[in-house]
Design a protein around this ligand. Structure first.
Ligand code: PLP
Ligand code: TYF
Length: 394
């Protein structure tokens, strides 16, 4: 039986990790996988997470099973972090999931159960796992235009034209903030237009919120999600704690489904059912840490302060990189790097140029020229800018 299996394409992002490890050059630069690194190149455990872990060890008296949807306190704390009371609690159903990926997967399974004929619309481009999970589940899929490679900004006109074709009951997968891989995000006026378009067509947004706090701050990064949740009858949110709590390997996420209050019980029962089909109980350790941090004023303040340092560090790097690229290339073609938000920017250079950056300069980025801003520091920014300029000169 096993011999009948076909080879699977590797995840191009995760493949880079291995290639980088095997590169013996001392001055190699890793701008591949989306993991935050501090200026010394480390991905630290956040202070509040360490403190919560210590406290948890002291107070935890059992590791018996949680509820199917995890402990209600986690779901309540996350709903507060993301929605800040924008929607009445009796409209909100939710389950803890293994990371944001698990939330996306459960959301898509829920969609398929509720409406097998619904088409899921995804941005072109998007995070590769969106594509592969939608395909794997056999869900009808279409792309909407999103990125203007010329300007490095959102192709608002193309996006709105495509969204106008969405049918009632279709699902539009949106990145709540910090679009992966482009770094380009709709502004508040554009978000309003997106919201109005969804209201007009009767489409349901599935919001992937994997970087709350990495773009313009915890509140601003949730603003679009809150807008849609307030204005539209049904909204799905797949959120991740991997980045903003720095707990990647704990696998902590949540799927929130907002609908009519009268149907909440059935939605919740279906979310619980899906958890049970896939893994019974979601991982709890990360969820517990997040709950402890969000419920404790001191821990919460420290977490927010550290998250803000992380965000500002990436913003500073963006400014430095945009300036260095301008100085080295003599063009402001890369000015958008400073306007983008989150961990990523798509530089808009060719796959061949990306390849040369890797082979000739030891700079690793994804083949579509997505780079992880947090992989840089003050020393490597000018190195990267010089390498890009050199490669562009041919
Ligand atoms: N969605 C997007 C757009 C992402 O970039 C990521 C990766 O960080 C995730 C979801 C989910 O991440 P995780 O499953 O590690 O929480
Ligand atoms: O896009 C990234 O780099 C992050 C991390 O299968 C990631 O979202 C990459 C691939 C993957 C899971 C997470």
């Amino acid at each position: 039986m096993l011999t009948a299996l076909k080879p699977q394409p590797a995840d191009k992002i995760l493949q880079l990790i291995q290639m980088f490890r095997e590169d013996a050059r001392a001055d190699k630069i890793d701008l591949g996988v989306g993991v935050y690194k501090d200026p010394t190149g480390l991905t630290p455990v956040m202070r509040a997470v360490k403190a919560a872990e210590k406290r948890l060890w002291e107070v935890e008296t059992t590791k018996t099973y949680t509820g199917l949807a995890d402990e209600p306190a986690y779901n309540a704390a996350m709903a507060k972090l993301i929605l800040a009371g924008a929607v009445p609690a009796d409209r909100v159903a939710s389950v803890a999931t293994p990371g944001g990926t698990g939330a996306v997967r459960q959301a898509l399974e829920l969609i398929r159960m509720a409406s097998p004929e619904a088409t899921v619309w995804i941005s072109n481009p998007t995070w590769p796992n969106h594509l592969s999970i939608v395909k794997y589940l056999g869900i009808p899929m279409r792309e909407y235009r999103y990125f203007d490679a010329e300007t490095g900004a959102v192709d608002a006109e193309g996006m709105m034209e495509d969204l106008a074709q969405v049918k009632a009951g279709d699902v539009v997968l949106l990145h709540g903030c910090c679009h992966n891989p482009t770094g380009a995000n709709p502004n508040p006026v554009q978000w309003l237009a997106i919201c109005e378009s969804l209201a007009r067509t009767g489409a349901v947004p599935l919001i992937d919120l994997a970087y709350q706090g990495f773009g313009d701050g915890l509140e601003m990064d949730a603003a679009a999600t809150r807008l849609l949740a307030t204005r539209l009858p049904e909204v799905l949110i797949a959120a991740s704690c991997s980045k903003n709590f720095g707990i990647y390997r704990e696998r902590t996420g949540i799927l929130i489904a907002i609908g009519e209050a009268a149907g909440r019980g059935t939605v919740q029962a279906n979310l619980n059912f899906l958890n049970r089909q896939n893994y019974s109980f979601p991982p709890d350790h990360g969820a517990r840490l997040v709950t402890m941090i969000l419920e404790d004023e001191t821990l919460s303040a420290d977490w927010k302060a550290e998250l803000e340092e992380v965000r500002l560090n990436m913003l500073t790097l963006r400014r430095q990189l945009a300036d260095a690229l301008q100085a080295e290339t003599g063009s402001n073609r890369f000015g958008f790097v400073a306007e983008h938000r989150g961990m990523f920017s798509r530089l808009g250079i060719t796959p061949a140029e990306v390849e040369r950056l890797r082979t000739e300069h030891g700079v690793y980025m994804v083949g579509d020229s997505r780079l992880n801003i947090a992989g840089l520091n003050r020393t490597t920014v000018p190195v990267l800018a010089r390498a890009v300029a050199k490669v562009l000169r041919g």
